[in-house]
Design a protein around this ligand. Structure first.
Ligand code: ADP
Length: 290
């Protein structure tokens, strides 16, 4: 409830009403009254149908999106209304992983990883690509850690999707984050690569005490990997609990009317062969291609 948690989200809300297109559209909020806390080393997944507010939640936490209600306390500091310089500091400790990797494709894997240090440099050093030997060594170590030691000098555009995402993770680790916010990190990956990425993320929570909050489309992976699952529906938190508590009935409740988006969860058990190979779809509507 107070500063003892790494992250404390209170009554978070976001309304896009001012920007809503379409005649006759109401003022539905994308997120409303969402509260939860996260501690060091926790692996939390956020599930829910397309449009439930998962991405809005994650992006509000690091203020890529300005929440319209509520408060965010991170490491004992209220970051809800931080200005530019305060945010720059906070962004070092809150890393973000994206579905589309956000790499610079004409650069090598190691150069992309080094970009993780930009938040610690002044603009000139950053733009000139001035990194210390120590930083370069660290970047190599991190690539090695995610199984890409031999790909350090490979251009990012020549890597597979799974490899790109692992470069993205190594880049995040260069920031020395306390928390990693992962927005559908495996939605574009095949099942094998997905599993590898999930394993790496969980290892980071266990071995480094980094907190991971992961938006997922693959409910089966959420059930398998999470310490805690948060279910969103229509912008509201409708479930929070352990994988054991996330029974098939609970899952059906979260995805009410949109069960077609759930990948084989009616069995309620962990199925190693989940369909995670949905190609990049537009905003949402991925639905786990079989
Ligand atoms: P999810 O990640 O669960 O698919 P989102 O957070 O992307 O959900 O979206 C939640 C709701 O907010 C949806 O109704 C979506 O259409 C709306 N929304 C998201 N981004 C914007 C935006 N930039 N402008 C207007 N509405 C948006």
């Amino acid at each position: 409830m107070n500063g003892t948690h790494l992250l404390d989200i209170r009554d978070l809300g976001k309304s896009y009403e001012a920007r809503r297109r379409g005649a006759g559209e109401g003022t539905a909020s994308a997120l409303s009254g969402v509260s939860f806390t996260a501690d060091a080393g926790e692996f939390i997944t956020v599930i829910g149908p397309s449009g439930a507010g998962k991405s809005t939640l994650l992006r509000s936490i690091n203020r890529l999106i300005e929440p319209t209600e509520g408060a965010i306390t991170f490491a004992g500091r209220d970051i809800t209304h931080l200005g530019r310089s305060g945010l720059r500091e906070v962004h070092r400790e809150i890393a973000m992983i994206f579905q589309n990797y956000n790499l610079v494709y004409r650069l090598t894997a190691i150069q992309n990883v080094l970009h993780g240090r930009l938040g610690y440099k002044n603009a000139l050093a950053g733009s000139l690509g001035l990194y210390t030997e120590e930083e370069k060594l660290r970047a190599f170590e991190l690539l090695d850690e995610v199984g890409l030691g031999e790909f350090a000098y490979r251009r990012a555009d020549q890597l597979s999707g799974g490899q790109k995402q692992r470069v993205g993770i190594a880049r995040s680790l260069m920031q020395e984050p306390k928390i990693m916010l992962c927005d559908e990190p495996i939605a574009s990956l095949d099942p094998k690569s997905s599993r590898m990425v999930m394993e790496i993320l969980r290892r980071l929570t266990r071995q480094r005490g980094i907190t991971c909050i992961v938006n997922l489309h693959q409910v089966d992976f959420a059930l398998e990997y999470s310490d805690r699952i948060i279910g969103l529906r229509a912008g509201e938190k409708v479930f929070e609990g352990t994988p054991e508590q996330a029974t098939p009935e609970v899952i059906r409740g979260i995805y009410e009317g949109q069960m077609d988006e759930v990948v084989d969860v009616t069995v309620g058990a962990v199925d190693a062969d989940v369909a995670g190979a949905a190609p990049l779809a537009g905003a949402g509507a991925v639905g786990g291609a079989q």
